[in-house]
Design a protein around this ligand. Structure first.
Ligand code: ADP
Length: 397
């Protein structure tokens, strides 16, 4: 079975064609500048040079047509015709409080995705355009929506409700949803499998640390808590996002700087985080680590503050689950930044975590990095959201 995975953004569209026989990626690519002058498709097939098409893409319809053309191209293609694609899996940001898991798309599903435009204003409209473009270009194929919010839907009300007047929950479903859900679902499930954790011993903390960062606690693959909230702004300090802060900060700055709440939110999403703490040096942890090593105090502050919040969150989840059986690191930082991993885990000697310094040198591949006598096993486990979407698509097609 071959599954096309689509991640449609407002002006971009990423895709992968995965052969589910062996879960190998046959081709992948990116359409950029959809709806803007200078659109471009870059199509990659393992073992071949990149195939670049510079053609107008006024909408996602033309983008999908070009993707299909590239997939069946005599030289760069990987299938003889679009008929060989069995199903399409779509990454959808927000399923609101309606969808607790992935679902095969029909008119009712599209209606809910539309109703959630308010909750995911940057992503849901684009996700729907991607779905409708695929339906048009490949009529009759099964399309599956995999929601980034679904993993967080298993939280108990005491974990997802904000302590604000009930009417806002009743009227607008203002609650914590949690994002990166597809990654947390994949990594928690793979950790259970890879570590061979028996039933009853499947308390897993997943640290997805990248440009966007979040941590989840789950038992048997079901989330019990997650650090992002109504939007991906809540929780950890991130590359350019502030993470948690006293909401009164928003009012204070808006009043004193005479800016709107919208402008303030742009600042909190795009100009904050480690970028801001480092004095606008960089949001990239490699730059921050090398600057800190050269004695840059602001870079050091940014890294220390990031670590402090990660440690508090892991510690909180250890308390919530009365311990953990495994901790897994994923995302660009989680998979590659051995020094950050080690400095985070040093805070958990009280919980009996012991790290093997040699094994912790691993980058970007699966490995157990704790010692055999560690009370909690610790892993590096690269995330693969596309594969998670493809598996869900097979399951529901
Ligand atoms: P996104 O959230 O955009 O998917 P990624 O998960 O790709 O982000 O993470 C990107 C971040 O990973 C970069 O900003 C960088 O800080 C960090 N990173 C990647 N490689 C390394 C490395 N070798 N050492 C430290 N940090 C790294």
């Amino acid at each position: 079975m071959k599954v096309l995975v689509i991640n449609a953004g407002s002006s971009s569209l990423k895709y992968q064609l995965i052969d589910m026989e062996d879960e190998s990626v046959k081709a992948k690519g990116l359409c950029e500048r959809i709806g803007i002058e200078g659109s471009k498709l870059t199509h990659k097939v393992p073992g071949k040079e990149d195939y670049v098409v510079e053609e107008a893409m006024p909408s996602h319809n033309e983008a999908i047509d070009l993707v299909l053309k590239a997939l069946i191209d005599p030289e760069y293609g990987v299938v003889a015709s679009a008929d060989e694609i069995d199903a399409v899996g779509h990454r959808v940001l927000h399923g609101g409080a309606v969808y607790t898991e992935s679902i095969k798309i029909n008119d009712d599903v599209k209606k809910v995705i539309r109703e959630c435009f308010d909750l995911g204003p940057l992503h849901n409209p684009a996700n729907l355009m991607g779905i409708e473009a695929c339906e048009k270009a490949m009529p009759g194929k099964s399309n599956v929506a995999v929601f980034d919010t679904a993993f967080g839907m298993s939280l108990e009300p005491y974990a997802y409700r904000y302590a604000i007047p009930e009417e806002y929950y009743d009227k607008y479903k203002i609650r914590r949803y949690g994002f990166h859900g597809t990654s947390h679902m994949f990594v928690s499930g793979e950790t259970i499998r890879y570590a061979n954790l028996p039933e009853g011993h499947q308390r897993v903390i997943v640290c997805h640390l990248g440009n966007g960062s979040s941590i989840s606690a789950s038992i048997g693959g079901k989330a019990v808590d997650t650090s992002m909230g109504l939007t991906p702004l809540e929780g950890l300090i991130m590359g350019t996002r502030s993470g948690d802060l006293d909401p009164a900060v928003v009012q204070f700055i808006c009043d004193h700087e005479n800016i709107s709440v919208d402008e303030m939110l742009t600042i909190l999403n795009k100009k904050s985080g480690v970028l801001a703490l480092s004095g606008n040096l960089s949001s990239d942890f490699r730059d921050l680590a090398s600057a800190a090593a050269d004695g840059n105090e602001k870079a050091k502050l940014a890294l220390d503050a990031f670590r402090h919040k990660v440690v508090k969150t892991i510690g909180g989840y250890l308390a919530v689950m009365d311990g953990a059986d495994a901790i897994a690191f994923t995302g660009g930082i989680g998979e590659n930044d051995c020094a950050m991993r080690e400095s985070i885990l040093k805070h958990f000697s009280y919980a009996g975590i012991k790290i093997d310094e040699e094994k912790n040198k691993v980058r970007g591949e699966r490995a157990e990095i704790s010692t055999p006598d560690s009370a909690i096993r610790v892993f590096v486990l690269p995330t693969n959201e596309e594969l998670a979407i493809a598996r869900e698509t097979v399951r529901l097609s």
